[in-house]
Ligand binder design. Sequence first.
Ligand code: DLZ
Length: 163
Amino acid sequence: MSSADKNLSVFTTNELPDVSGRRFAIVVAEWNTEVTEALFQGAYNRLIQYGAVAENVVRGNVPGSYELTLAAQWYAQRADIDAVICIGCVIQGETKHNDYINHAVAQGLTNVSLKTNKPVIFGVLTPNTQQQALDRAGGIHGNKGDEAAITAIKMLGLKSESV
Ligand code: DLZ
């Protein structure tokens, strides 16, 4: 390993930073609940698996994915929340409604993250079909809620080293 490599902060899923003292908010959209509940469970279970304490994980529901941005801001502005994981599923419809929602949420969550200086994770599926969503919510393509939690944990580890 070169000296440059030694300075790299690389976390594998087996070697994640300690989050036992961290506090998380998971915001869950109520559209397509079969999918978003599975994503929530994936995210929640991962946080607990990697050391988060159940009392330190709060959940908030929003009507649809479009509302994730404002709710994320409310949580991210709280001094006692370290990271926010946003869960949603916007399935392509007959109109371009989904495009507007997806772009607004992606941009909105980026803004919240930068404004609050906290990890705000985009755990929103944007599939063409319900089956594609289920495939990514505990199906053949894994659980993207899981990955959202790992992303939050990795970002907290990086923040503690870099800020
Ligand atoms: C209106 C709407 C539509 C058509 N589709 C979805 C969807 O697939 N997933 C989702 O999370 N929300 C959807 N919504 C609701 C919007 O996100 C939002 O709640 C409403 O437009 C009210 O602001």
